[in-house]
Design a protein around this ligand. Sequence first.
Ligand code: AMP
Ligand code: FE
Ligand code: FE
Ligand code: ZN
Length: 274
Amino acid sequence: MRVDLHIHSTYSDGICTPKEIVEIALRRDLAAISVTDHDCVDATEKAQAASGDSLEIVSGVELSSEFHGEDLHIIGYGVDPKDPDLREMLRLFRDTRLNRGLKIVENLRKVGISLDPDVILAKSSDGSLGRPHIAEALVENGYVKNFSEAFERYLGEHCSTYVKKYKLNPAEAIEYIRASGGLAFVAHPGIYLRDPDGLKELIALGFDGLEVYHPNHSESQSRQLKALAQEHDMLISGGSDYHGFAGKDVPIGEPEVPYEVWANIKRKLNEMRG
Ligand code: AMP
Ligand code: FE
Ligand code: FE
Ligand code: ZN
């Protein structure tokens, strides 16, 4: 039995609705999935409604924080999608994402690129507006050939048209996740392996787990991260980080994540809930 605990839906920058994700997961014989949208928990309930008894849906969310000036994504599993404080924080995040998206569109206009803001807003109408929605508009209007070129020329952090988005600090993100009943995981920490001190510092912030299986991790990175998690008595997680981006993404269900990974997370959640 396998699981996929990192998937994006139309509630952030993924192309599939929660229902479509459930259908794909069932076709691939997965036993549990988590839809971990950026700054939005609304997909969880939609997926639960679509799944029936055939598939376990783990509530999930991916928060953006900043650590030593770099983007640090933090995943919460088992959060209560109805928690008022969590929802309020996420709503604020989505509002700031809207303004930031419009600023990027404005910056693009100044360099001669004209995109219809309403079309971009419509692309993210279910939830969080992200740079991928703008990338899609750039492709559709023929300004770039693909997503890579869109990020390379206009949307990446090194571009003059880039606008930062509001981020929590990692401790705040962990606190929101815990306070709403969840466990906090470092998403795709592979990049931190080149900075062992940074990784140790990260772990010391009190995360419950590390994402070990991820398409950006080599086998050797996954092994190192798994050993590190064991050493620090942390849980592990993993998934495809599927968005449905053409030419870039691996499918839902890859890399393989054994059911045991979710069973261990579930055990810890049940212990916490007493
Ligand atoms: P945002 O949260 O709006 O800053 O957008 C970040 C999202 O853009 C990430 O979660 C990825 O889904 C996507 N992304 C970032 N860099 C790239 C890239 N070089 N090519 C394609 N997608 C990217
Ligand atoms: Fe994304
Ligand atoms: Fe991420
Ligand atoms: Zn993700």
